[in-house]
Design a protein around this ligand. Structure first.
Ligand SMILES: [Zn+2]
Length: 66
């Protein structure tokens, strides 16, 4: 993950891991969409990378497209 800045605070956001209470990594469904993710050829589900702002607590999710 590249250096990601909070859009509100302009500080570097820290990578974090998003998991369910059962300990499973969260995924997003992309399989039957015709939008951007479908065009990128992503499979039916993909993982997400999370970054969290240490100042305001904003969490951003990025689909793992590679
Ligand atoms: Zn922030």
């Amino acid at each position: 993950m590249n250096d990601t800045r909070c859009p509100d605070c302009a500080v570097t956001m820290e990578e974090t891991t998003l998991r369910s209470q059962d300990g499973f990594s969260l995924t997003i469904n992309t399989g039957k969409r015709s939008g951007l993710l479908g065009k990128l050829g992503v499979g039916s589900t993909t993982g997400v990378d999370a970054v969290c702002c240490p100042e305001c607590g904003l969490v951003r999710l990025y689909a793992d497209l590679e």
